[in-house]
Design a protein around this ligand. Structure first.
Ligand code: NAD
Ligand code: UD1
Length: 333
């Protein structure tokens, strides 16, 4: 009996794999390596001292996915696999819809065929669009501003329709806020392709001398220092939330949705300052115009996850900054 992790060699999947293995779960990973390296599997094995099967396959390849279900007794799926770059999704919408939605449909049809009826899905705070108030609760109105976000919203709807029509299915949807940091071993972490879009990887590249300075996108927002505020969550805390979700999934029917964040908002300048302090170095930055599509403030009300899953984030902003840099120093050349 195994838990299947789709996209399990990616940033969040690999950290979750470590937590699952350390909790004596049997896992299988499927990944098409479109945004990760196969060596990550060795890193996971080194950290945990445990072995597991890896299928290098695409969710769009129905035959390969069916074969994997035939060869293994998969009891639950944690579905991370997907393309995730907002800007790219605006340029290549069809690629995003096909990969994320068709990939999910093939996965769900295969699960149905093999009687596997339990799934945890990686959604995003992006489904809240531009929230009218903060902190954001799970029942806030949903909307999206880009194809990536729309794939998350559509998949959430597909899952809810599926579970409604088949009451023996169960589904936990996790809406992640801003995952950052890395495993404390420094062996796995976030390894973006090309120039990073997101704040923490960008700061790390500046610290490593790969980029000259950080552009702070806007200092005229209605926030404490004018820069954008987000709910940054340590990727290990986020991974532990998946253990709790799996526990819940095994004892429920229907669909449950949880925000996975710390409930605290930090500004861009807070992150720069915390990174400098945690790692004792200087980050050069310049104030730049706002980035189109950005919102001023986004942070979670994470009480539902605390009450119903018994989960809450424990790692600090200092931990996030230290662990991110530790990984960058060790692994990003
Ligand atoms: P990631 O790109 O590091 O991991 C995704 C993995 O899925 C990659 O290893 C990629 O190779 C694989 N993959 C993509 N399409 C596939 C396909 N068709 N078949 C098989 N494998 C495929 O991303 P991540 O940061 O680990 O994110 C994991 C999930 O969480 C994604 O669904 C993402 O949208 C969601 N999410 C991420 C963030 C974030 O900031 N990282 C925030 C909210 C939600
Ligand atoms: C981004 C995605 C969102 C996804 C989330 C988590 C966009 C528009 N949105 O959110 O869909 O769910 O990541 O992965 O990409 N910033 C700078 N300079 C930079 C980079 C970022 O000032 O070089 C600022 C941004 O303006 C923002 C904050 O840092 O205020 C965080 O940005 P980022 O890390 O890209 O995450 P989000 O925009 O919150």
């Amino acid at each position: 009996m195994s838990v299947l992790l789709t996209g399990g060699l990616g940033y969040i999947g690999s950290h979750t794999a470590v937590e699952l293995l350390e909790n004596n779960e049997d896992i299988i990973i499927v990944d098409n390596l479109s945004n990760c390296k196969i060596e990550v599997a060795d890193r996971i094995k080194e950290i945990t001292g445990k072995d597991f099967k890896v299928y290098v396959a695409d969710l769009l390849d129905r035959e390969a996915i069916e074969k994997m279900f035939e060869e293994n007794e998969i009891t639950e799926v944690i579905h991370f696999a997907g393309l995730k770059a907002v800007g790219e999704s605006c340029k290549k919408p069809l690629e995003y819809y096909t990969n994320n939605i068709t990939g999910t449909l093939i996965l769900l049809e295969t699960m149905q065929k093999f009687g596997c009826k339990k799934i945890v899905f990686s959604s995003s705070a992006t489904v809240y669009g531009s929230p009218k108030t903060v902190p954001i609760k799970e029942d806030f109105p949903l909307s999206t501003t880009n194809p990536y976000g729309t794939t998350k919203l559509f998949i959430e709807q597909i899952l809810q329709d599926l579970v409604k029509a088949n009451p023996d299915w169960s589904c936990v949807i996790l809406r992640y806020f801003n995952p950052v940091g890395a495993h404390e071993s420094g062996k796995i972490g976030e390894d973006p392709n090309g120039i990073p879009n997101n704040l923490m990887p960008y700061i790390n590249y500046v610290a490593a001398g790969k980029l000259d300075h950080l552009n702070v996108f806007g200092n005229d927002y209605d926030t404490k220092d004018g820069t954008g505020v987000r709910d940054y969550i340590h990727v290990v805390d986020l991974s532990i939330a998946h253990l709790k979700a799996l526990e819940k999934l095994r004892n429920m029917q229907g669909t449950d949705i949880y925000n996975i964040g710390t409930g605290e908002g930090y500004s861009v300048l807070d992150i720069v300052n915390a990174f400098e302090k945690a790692n004792n170095l200087k980050i050069k930055y310049k104030i730049a115009p706002r980035r189109s599509g950005d919102i001023a403030i986004c942070y979670a009300d994470a009480t539902k996850a605390k009450t119903e899953l018994g989960w809450e984030a424990t790692r600090t902003l200092e931990d996030m900054c230290r662990d991110a840099w530790n990984y960058t120093k060790n692994c990003i050349k």
